[in-house]
Design a protein. Structure first.
Length: 235
């Protein structure tokens, strides 16, 4: 019997973060379904990524087709477009699929600084992942992950072919969290860390704000997090 493996899809995947994740998974030999609002844009970005990887491993399609084809679906749009992008696609979700929120509720302000825009979208929301959880039907698993990875670092596969960082994965759904972990392990030297339930998004999203500040002060794009003292065994 053939082993069934989860297919990765990127909603809004033509942006910087989506491109970076597609490059890293493509480098590892993992196929990716690249979604975009416009098929033409998906075609253009996919051609560029496949040319850089020197293999045809990223497949272009619309967001609607992506959410129907993929099993693990990452929302890689900027935070302020997350809800308006996912809401029209909700009818195409089934319980077997997993939605992964990689957004952080920040936008550029001035001189490289970022401003938190969560309250502009929902006054009661405490994190992007919790906001997504409110919008998505309860039967659909929602996972938060990949929030502390720099899109600049992800895209620079020539200078940094491996990533010696931790990626925090959190959800109340343990099975969904484990399925996302397996995909994170495909990216060389990226260590998945079980960060608990959905409420952990409140802390992890603030880690990203802190890292952006470090990058600005040290004039780099590459800061990340590696937690010491954890057991060597994989969770």
């Amino acid at each position: 019997m053939l082993e069934m493996t989860d297919k990765i899809g990127l909603i809004g995947g033509t942006g910087p973060l989506g491109q970076g994740l597609a490059l890293r998974w493509g480098l590892a030999g993992e196929p990716v379904w690249m979604g975009s609002r416009l098929q033409e844009k998906a075609d253009k970005i996919t051609l560029e990524i496949n040319s850089k990887l020197n293999k045809q491993i990223i497949q272009p399609m619309t967001n609607k087709d992506c959410i129907q084809e993929a099993d693990i679906i990452l929302i890689t749009t900027p935070f302020n477009f997350m809800i308006k992008t996912i809401e029209p696609l909700l009818p195409y979700l089934t319980e077997e699929k997993i939605l992964v929120d990689v957004t952080v509720p920040l936008k550029p302000f001035e001189k490289g600084k970022m401003v938190d825009i969560l309250s502009q979208i929902d006054l009661k929301a405490q994190s992007a992942t919790e906001l997504l959880r409110k919008v998505v039907p309860p039967s659909i698993p929602v996972v938060g992950a990949f929030k502390t990875l720099s899109n600049f670092t992800l895209r620079d596969i020539d200078r940094l072919p491996t990533l010696d960082q931790d990626v925090f994965i959190f959800s109340k759904d343990k099975e969904a969290k484990n399925r996302v972990k397996e995909k994170a392990l495909k990216i060389e030297h990226l260590r998945p860390v079980d960060a608990g339930g959905t409420l952990s998004a409140r802390h992890v999203e603030r880690f990203t704000t802190f890292l952006i500040g470090l990058n600005r002060r040290y004039k780099t794009h590459d800061s990340g997090i590696k937690v010491s003292g954890l057991p060597t065994r994989k969770w």
